[in-house]
Design a protein around this ligand. Structure first.
Ligand code: HEM
Length: 373
């Protein structure tokens, strides 16, 4: 879906996505999976910090959470930690994401491709081979009631369109576009909460007031609380998981911002710079979730999910999942920094990861017990 040029095929893929994956109905149906995965994370952290505080690595915890959740949503199984093949596929995802931007010099003309000696094409073919065998297996091991099941059911009525190849493409997009984006954003959000304990307390107060400790466990959706979402929005402003969005190309000659852009030109949008532009934002580099409270207009100045018809179809799922995860982690544990300030150095690369693993001191709060009784 991400790579198809605008046209009938892309429109069909977006339509299947809208009905089969991202509709309110499907998102509500898959909520129990997300809740269960967050619950498993809480259980793991509670075990680690049993009877006191423990230092935990939240980078790998969030990576495991998002990969297992997406795997369960698409294929009905989770196997991040105990499956060799799944670990191998994680590596494939990392490489595809790293090479998926517009930074391959071989993309920029025949001469450079010649200098590159075809290495990029060989690597891409090799990656595609590894990816395909993993995805084909997922289809073969069909399970009840997963996204793959629904798509296989459609294959029976319209085999010429719902081919294995189309299904593999959609599964691939869920695992590629929907795992690192979420885990990296969760990591930045928690890193900011560690550096701003007062913001964490305010978020906890909101949950206590609006939901209450009793209802936290069974509340169908805690993700739509205003302050909690403002924390996520502010995280996406300062640390957008797609800092240059996804590379676009002009299908016709056109004019953008007064510049003539010939057909087939790669165009990158620097969301990172827009989100920190001092002409648009007061105190642009500070983490201030309150900035969205007064006017309600601030969020229109940012584009972490892109804009228009090619914008991210996973935006609803992303906000729900991150709200649910952060909300529950804030309620279930006390969080403290390991050192004086959490190092906020940004990495390089497509999803702008944090430079270092995120370590935090995590202590269970009494509510954790209710959570499992
Ligand atoms: C924090 C989370 C996420 C962020 C920041 C994000 C951001 C983006 C951005 C910037 C684009 C390109 C938009 C453009 O160039 O105009 C995009 C496209 C896309 N995203 Fe996301 N995304 C996130 C989560 C997800 C999730 C959870 C899924 C699915 C499970 C998903 C699926 C997609 C797909 C399929 C496209 C391509 C759409 C198309 O080309 O028509 N994303 N996303």
């Amino acid at each position: 879906m991400t790579h198809a040029p605008y046209g009938d095929h892309w429109r069909n893929l977006r339509r299947i996505g809208a009905v089969e994956i991202f509709s309110a109905h499907r998102l509500a149906a898959s909520l129990p999976i997300r809740r269960d995965e967050v619950r498993r994370l809480v259980a793991k952290l509670a075990r680690r910090s049993d009877g006191g505080a423990a230092v935990v690595d939240m980078k790998s915890a969030f990576q495991e959470l998002t990969f297992d959740t997406m795997m369960r949503m698409v294929a009905g199984k989770r196997f991040y930690s105990d499956d060799e093949e799944a670990r191998g596929f994680r590596e494939v995802i990392k490489e595809v994401v790293a090479r998926g931007g517009a930074s391959n010099r071989a993309d920029f003309g025949a001469v450079l491709r010649w200098i590159d000696g075809g290495k990029l094409e060989r690597t891409a073919r090799e990656l595609a081979g590894r990816t395909d065998s993993f995805l084909q297996k997922l289809i073969e091991e069909r399970r009840r009631n997963t996204m793959i099941d629904h798509l296989l059911a459609m294959q029976e009525s319209e085999p010429e369109y719902y081919s294995d190849q189309i299904i593999k493409g959609l599964v691939m997009v869920m695992l590629l576009a929907g795992t690192d984006t979420l885990s990296v954003t969760l990591e930045w959000a928690l890193a900011n909460l560690l550096n701003h304990p007062n913001i964490l307390l305010k978020a906890r107060e909101e949950i206590d007031k609006q939901i209450g400790q009793e209802r936290l466990i069974d509340e169908p959706d805690i993700s739509n609380l205003t302050y909690l979402q403002n924390i996520i929005v502010e995280t996406l402003r300062l640390y957008p998981a797609g800092p240059l969005l996804v590379p676009h190309a002009s299908s016709e000659d056109c004019v953008v911002g007064g510049y003539h852009v010939p057909r087939d030109t790669i165009l990158l949008v620097n969301a990172w710079a827009i989100h920190r532009d001092p002409n648009l934002w007061d105190d642009p580099t500070s983490f201030i979730p309150e900035r969205y409270e007064n006017e309600g207009k601030e969020s229109y100045k940012m584009i972490p999910f892109g804009l228009g018809r090619r914008s991210c179809p996973g935006v609803g799922l992303a906000h729900r999942f991150m709200g649910l995860t952060l909300g529950i982690l804030i309620q279930c544990f006390e969080w403290e920094r390991v050192s004086e300030e959490v190092d906020m150095t940004e990495g390089k690369g497509a999803t702008m990861p944090r430079e270092k693993p995120l370590e935090a001191i995590c202590t269970s709060r009494p509510i954790v017990k209710n959570f499992f009784s």
